[in-house]
Design a protein around this ligand. Structure first.
Ligand SMILES: Nc1ncnc2c1ncn2[C@@H]1O[C@H](COP(=O)(O)OP(=O)(O)OP(=O)(O)O)[C@@H](O)[C@H]1O
Length: 304
């Protein structure tokens, strides 16, 4: 079974507000899938529907290919960290995990030591939770998710508020879980750059709608350099360019501006070609597309 999550036209309405519009989403085995959207976009609501914490208003979903009652058993193969786990501040990390191990019916006592090793907290297991840094607290939360040896982790903003070192540690940990333990990961953030180095797929969400869904390769592609030119006759320029380059990707923008996405290395040649064809080129430059700005444009904007 290669599909871990599949939703079909899943929606959620709170009173008058439809906060998740019909959502068709697939999470494939082995992915580290980042759900990116600003606060209020609907990330937690999607995760809560997946975890069973809240009921969808309409639509359906399969977990590990199961629906109906079998879905509940399939859900046990997933570890969710949606809200900060309610650890006891005066308990040590080990005592906290022991409490939840019993509560969740995990039989193997040894598992506590295993998960503390995995999240690199074994040496600090006797420290009280309240003495932990933010990053350590988050890693303990992930350890708690791992107690039941899940095949998939769903983590809601686990690096929110962490410093650079904390973010790097979580990134290292999640990469290790994915590559060595073959755990599929669905993770959310409101900042693309936090997950840019970690995820293998990026799903952008705005006002409860998926506005883009890109592989890592496609994302890297979008961050390549582009050519920006300002000409007197954009239609003519476009004709000349299309004749010269069959697979040219370009956009004609307002103010007689044309941007070319996939030929930055041929900037000089393109400039010459246009001039030789009688196009008056007023401005010509290559620029690096600011990925963060581009995607902020995608996920920000007025709430509907
Ligand atoms: N229980 C609720 N009752 C009413 N509205 C809710 C409820 N839960 C969430 N919402 C609304 O649904 C929308 C989506 O919220 P959600 O928490 O899913 O967003 P998010 O992308 O996870 O953002 P954040 O990172 O701020 O949690 C928001 O407008 C929020 O106010």
């Amino acid at each position: 079974m290669d599909t871990i999550v599949q939703t079909y036209r899943l929606t959620k309405r709170f009173k008058d507000a439809e906060v998740i519009k019909p959502l068709d989403f697939t999470l494939k085995k082995g992915e580290i899938c980042a759900l990116i959207g600003k606060n209020g976009a609907g990330k937690s609501t999607i995760f809560k529907m997946l975890s069973g914490q809240i009921k969808p208003t309409s639509g359906d979903m399969q977990l590990f290919g199961k629906t109906g009652k079998k879905k509940a058993r399939a859900r046990k193969r997933m570890g969710f960290m949606i809200e900060t786990p309610a650890f006891f501040p005066d308990f040590t990390a080990q005592q906290n995990l022991e409490y939840f191990r019993i509560q969740r019916g995990v039989v193997d006592k040894q598992r506590i030591h295993e998960v503390l090793e995995i999240v690199d907290l074994a040496k600090e297991k006797k420290k009280k939770f309240k003495e932990y840094s933010m990053g350590m607290k988050q890693r303990l939360g992930i350890a708690l998710c791992l107690l039941s040896s899940p095949d998939c982790l769903v983590l809601d903003e686990p690096i929110n508020g962490l410093d650079a070192e904390g973010i790097m540690e979580i990134r290292k940990l999640l990469t290790k879980l994915n590559q060595e333990k073959h755990i599929t990961i669905l993770i959310s953030s409101h900042i693309l750059t936090e997950l840019e180095l970690l995820a293998t797929r990026f799903v952008f969400i705005k006002n409860g709608v998926v506005v883009d869904d890109l592989s890592k390769e496609a994302l890297v592609d979008k961050s390549r350099k582009q050519i920006l030119l300002k000409v007197d006759d954009p239609a003519k320029a476009a004709r000349v360019l299309e004749q010269a380059y069959v697979d040219l990707q370009y956009q004609v923008l307002p103010d007689q501006v044309i941007t070319i996405q996939n030929y930055a290395e041929k900037a000089g040649e393109i400039n010459r070609l246009l001039v030789d064809s009688g196009v008056f080129v007023r401005e010509f430059r290559t620029e690096t597309l600011k990925l963060e700005e581009y995607f902020l444009g995608l996920v920000e904007g007025e709430q509907q």
